[in-house]
Design a protein around this ligand. Structure first.
Ligand code: UDP
Length: 237
């Protein structure tokens, strides 16, 4: 596989072409941003942790029938993935109230929801990723009703798989963000990443935060938290 030109640089990853038009290389950075890019920093070792964690979780999901963009881990920071057209929706699944949900509805962080929820935000930095319902997404041509259906079904199945897995690690999966893409043949697959940047992980016993909230909220111990959550994952693989 020949690494080609850089196609894109995002906040936490770079994307490169390869000699195969259907494959890309994703390269994870240690850069961290929050609040739509207003807060910036670096978390030493984060790129390698997110790369390895995302790949391990996607392989697990793939084995359980959820299609993903994952092809092959190339090294610590780089992974070969299938090229997709990203559906411009952030798909957020919640098991406990936290973050924007807790604020929006005036409930305490940590309230266990009676059922998992799925919500969408429009992936648009200029607009600050506003919440969007399914009919809005269809009306704007961002996804078809069938695609929305598939995405919702996958999102809830992914939640069941991940929640059960993290429970065995002594970790509560509070909420997380997914992104989906379309292959050339139109099939919907899970894309982007699943990592402490995109999930809230709380220690099941102590409630200690083991994710990017330590960076967002200046709680300290950011590197240690990323290492600890990776250690818990590795012990279970
Ligand atoms: N999330 C994300 N990227 C975003 C927004 C949210 O990965 O641009 C993740 C976040 O890490 C959390 C979940 O989605 O696990 C729900 O986030 P929330 O809507 O509560 O937003 P926040 O308060 O974190 O901005």
């Amino acid at each position: 596989m020949i690494k080609g030109a850089q196609l894109y640089e995002g906040k936490a990853k770079k994307v490169f072409a390869t000699d195969d038009p259907d494959l890309l290389i994703v390269s994870y950075k240690d850069d961290a941003t929050a609040f739509n890019g207003l807060k910036r920093g670096t978390v030493a070792g984060k790129g390698a942790i997110n790369n390895r964690m995302s790949n391990a979780l996607m392989q697990r999901l793939q084995q359980r029938g959820i299609p993903t963009h994952f092809v092959q881990e190339l090294n610590d920071r780089e992974t070969l993935v299938r090229r997709v057209d990203i559906v411009p929706l952030e798909v957020i699944v919640r098991n406990l109230a936290a973050g924007s949900f807790a604020k929006h509805y005036g409930v305490e962080e940590g309230r266990v929801l009676q059922t998992p929820t799925v919500e969408f935000s429009y992936k648009n930095d200029a607009l600050g990723d506003p919440l969007m319902n399914a009919s809005h997404a269809v009306a704007l041509g961002l996804a078809t009703p069938q695609e929305i259906d598939t995405i919702q079904t996958y999102a809830l199945r992914i939640n069941e798989e991940l929640r059960a897995f993290w429970r065995t690690c002594g970790v509560t999966l509070v909420d997380f963000k997914l992104e989906f893409g379309r292959l050339r043949n139109g099939a919907i697959v899970l894309a982007d990443e699943i990592s402490p940047d995109t999930c809230r992980f709380w220690d099941s016993e102590t409630g200690e935060k083991l994710d990017k909230d330590r960076f967002r909220r200046d709680l300290g111990g950011v590197e240690e938290a990323y290492r600890e959550i990776m250690r818990r994952l590795t012990a279970r693989l």
